[in-house]
Design a protein around this ligand. Sequence first.
Ligand code: GLN
Length: 494
Amino acid sequence: MDGDATLETAASLVGVVAAGDLTARGATREALDRVIRMDASLGAMVHVSAERALARARQLDEAPPAGPLHGVAIALKDNICRAGEPTTCASRMLTGWAPPYDATVVRRLEAAGAVLVGKTNMDEFGMGSSTETSAFGPTRNPWQLGCVPGGSSGGAAAAVATGMVQVAIGSDTGGSIRQPAALCGVVGLKPTYGRVSRYGLVAYGSSLDQMGPLARTVADAARVLEVVAGPDSRDATCMDEGPWTWAPRPIAGMRIGVLTRLVEGPGLQPEVAEALAKAMAWYEAAGCTLVPVAMPELAWAIPTYYLLATAEVSSNLSRFEGMRFGLRREADDLGGTLERTRSEGFGAEVKRRILLGTFALSAGHQEAYHGRARKVRQLLTEAHDRVFRDVDVLLSCTSPTTAFPLGSRLDDPLAMVLSDVATVGANLAGLPALSVPCGFDRKGLPIGMQLQGPRGGEAIILDAGHAYERAHPWWTARPPVAWDLQPLAGGTRA
Ligand code: GLN
């Protein structure tokens, strides 16, 4: 059980179920109870599939506990398709739509024994950094209900932080797994582009999107990645490699590049910088070498990301026209129906992005905007490749600040966008990146540290994160919302 005494992690839960001390049904009931007890004040879940989850758990209790996720409660971000279940992307546009098929990750999780308990709240179509653009209303940060949980996978992060589920699956186009993980004090892993099949993920920016786990511990994130990673004939961008597995290795001798501007500022909350400085000192004492890295190209990352992501949005979201999916608002003719459906179906942020992306792609502007952004993306990718010749991992903040108050950045898109300053680089370059809790600020809000690796280098960032986490078990702290792990620890509840 890797030393953890509670049942908050997938690893410990699987052990307890295998030992016969708890049934999968008991574990699922506990997860559903917690949703009922806590979610009214958080808004993390947008759909709960209680009956289906309990039926699945009953099946699992009749089968031998073979899978690595046997009985583990998992929630899916609401842009991941599960057959017969509402999938809204937190948009009015998809009201009433339920996909007829499962995403590849869904099939793999279920085959490994996971119990899928529902869908989590998010920024509409993944566009945002605070879960405030959701058509369902915002999710609140469990550490301070007046603050945002980050985004766009804010519901996923809040659900894991409060122990409603051991694991949630999020998606990350520019930071949407890692930034909410940091703001809610959990682990978030964005795999290498192509590591996890995107089949069944509603596309935002197809060249940037990856799905990955949010979990309490690094080992849990790795366990889930082992299950969901691997080639898939339904996603041509999947890496053509055999099964991915991880066993932690010692970190002494590791060369850790430190992105100086993203650990010291300017623009960094001083407490974030202090927490990172302590983590760096710890790595040095553990036998790692710290290497300062400037990477001036990173100054272009945000504008490049927003040009490329919005261009892909303008194309990907054109499929929502009121004919095939969800909402339809009839008008006198086809054009009118299309216009009415899209005007009423999409929220303001989504419209802003479609307009921006369409402009960037329009005749006369395409080379100046999209063409140049593509070239800069190439330069950024090469800059990362060069850096990873000299270092094993790259350390930085995940987010320059801790969670901010609800509403405080909604009218300031630039401030919102700057939440992603440390995270978009990994998406542009297709690299794996991990966020690990590394302390709390004076208000009691969690701080996250980001560890990026070379393409295909999930194992090394997990090694680095795991070693740090063992010495600094921040994850065992619990948010002050009402929750109580005693019933589970008390034994069988079947
Ligand atoms: N906040 C970024 C955006 O709004 C990233 C979102 C994401 O990764 N889905 O685009």
